[in-house]
Design a protein around this ligand. Structure first.
Ligand code: 5GP
Length: 178
């Protein structure tokens, strides 16, 4: 039987927290004197989003988009669906999109297009994990937590089949044969 398990942490809880503080400082510096609308992409970004929001020292408004994920698979189908959109008007606002991970770039490309149509003043992207090897389309990333190899990651918000999101660290999901 083929079973999926998670192995050793690829990024520890301490390393994640340290890097998020650095990202928060950079964002606070770059948007000094301005307001920021933080949009989290659910479900995967929930842990990263909550920690990041609390280390940004600016007037921050919060909003969320629920986008479809790989739904039980470990590779992108290329089809992205918005299951629940943001409820506030972002026209004329500085928007920072907070994503858990960018792989093919298809999800982000789609979300960027959708959000730009709402005419924000600015739109930037902050991503915890960047898997460049899987890239299929060009996307601009303004803030990156970690560059990672082309492995399937779980923990700290990231799932396999909607499980493991509550792990406090990031781990590689592995196949084992029983
Ligand atoms: P992309 O459209 O860039 O291929 O993938 C983006 C989305 O796919 C992420 O928001 C995430 O939901 C999912 N994803 C991509 N790579 C991984 C991974 O290694 N682990 C998990 N859990 N989800 C991933």
């Amino acid at each position: 039987m083929n079973k999926k398990i998670f192995g050793k942490p690829i990024i520890t809880q301490e390393a994640v927290q340290k890097r998020i503080k650095e990202l928060g400082s950079n964002i606070t510096r770059d948007y000094a004197g301005q307001e920021l609308y933080l949009i989290g992409v659910l479900k995967g970004a929930f842990a990263f989003y909550a920690d990041l929001a609390r280390v940004i020292s600016l007037p921050v408004r919060v909003g969320f988009i629920l986008a479809s994920s790989y739904q039980g698979a470990t590779h992108s189908s290329g089809k992205v669906k918005i299951l629940s959109d943001i409820v506030d008007d972002i026209k004329g606002k500085n928007v920072l999109l907070v994503e858990d991970i960018v792989d093919s770039g298809l999800t982000l490309q789609f979300l960027n297009k959708t959000l730009k149509a709402k005419k924000p003043k600015s739109l930037k992207v902050c991503v915890l994990l960047n898997k460049t090897e899987g890239r299929q389309v060009d996307v601009d990333l303004d803030y990156i937590g970690f560059e990672i190899p082309d492995k399937y990651i779980v923990g700290y918000g990231l799932d396999y089949d909607n499980k493991y999101r509550n792990l406090p660290y990031l781990a590689i999901l592995e196949n084992i044969h029983e």
